[in-house]
Design a protein around this ligand. Sequence first.
Ligand SMILES: *Cc1c(COP(=O)(O)O)cnc(C)c1O
Ligand SMILES: [Zn+2]
Length: 421
Amino acid sequence: MKLVCVDCNKEVSADLFDYQCTCGGLFDIVHDTAQLDAEFLKRVFHDRLSERMTPYASGVWRYKELIFPELADEYITTKYEGNTGLYASEQIQSYTGSNRKVLLKAQSENPSGSFKDNGMTVAVSHGRSLGYQRFTCTSTGNTSSSLAMYASLANQESYVFVPNKNISLNKVLQTLAYGANVISFDGTYDDGIRFYEQHSKELGLYICNSINPFRIEGQKSIVYEIAQYLNWNLPDWVVIPGGALSNVTALGKGLQDLKKLGFIDKLPRVALVQAEGASPFHRMVAEGRTELVPEPTPYTRASALNIGNPPSWKKALRTLEETNGVTCSVTDQEILDAKAWVDKSGIGCEPASAATVAGLRKLIAQQVIDKDETAVCILTGNMLKDTDALHEYHLGESSTTSYKNAIRPAELTLDSIQSIL
Ligand SMILES: *Cc1c(COP(=O)(O)O)cnc(C)c1O
Ligand SMILES: [Zn+2]
């Protein structure tokens, strides 16, 4: 395993761990895969599905050979993350206008309620192997909940920096409850990242943001798991939301692994969906530019996507190029209506995740995705991560909530109840 700079291709030994190259570029982890055999590993990964209470019972560490083979098992901090449901939904098929059942990968079922767990278990385990005892991140909420959970599980300290507005209180409360030191600041996620870039060394903290390439390695497991559950036959499209763009980066990297090693024959196409108020990457692609212009005042109700200067945009661009991918943006209204459908389909997700279903619907309407093509949408976070959004939609005054499900006050008389049934 070695670290390779995305900008200047400089190679660094993974033992000399750093988040950024001297040129300012981010690092990619590159594994030595010469000894790996796909058919053998498919059997190993299959056998591990029956593990209990070992690191290999995790839906991330099941794929350790492709993620972090060198790590000694004693450092692994796991809550058996991953292992999440993959559902074929007729309701979402009908909402998106597809002719095929739409698959939904519910990363919302992770132990802290979001896909951040897939990456965080690897980052915290790596940090522990280097002897760190204090872990940190800047977060729109879910990264902090996840870090707080793993740090406490490993009996280590965590320090999380959260913007003091446009962030879900549920996530902050979860982070506090797990015992993290929560530091609230006046600024955006992007300001928090900039602070780290300047001061991480002096603080001596292990950084768990997605500029940390070990997070990306762990998040690759999402697409490994989808592929394994489908007997290594992926659908035509994988639809994913984008904020900091770490997840789409991991998706592309995971797909490349599967293709290069011969687990799959053909790469699916990736559709990346951003929220309109925080869509600098989509705008760059749509306008045919090759440099990202940050959005100085990002705003979307889907708070997990509220990022104006995504650190991983160059890596994300590589995913798009390699998979013949597309991007689109959706409005908050489209997100919240799609969320209402995901919720009432019995699966449920937080607003940011529903951008995928809203995006699939739009891309089918625009005939970018054919009605007869198959698709999987990655649902990134849990329905209860943002109860304010549920409250506003179902119990609020707004008349623009098309799929509102209001409470029905009734007297407990037979007539009154019969009139409801
Ligand atoms: C972090 C997050 C995203 C965005 O993922 P990136 O890797 O930042 O693009 C989307 N949805 C949820 C629920 C998240 O927590
Ligand atoms: Zn470099």
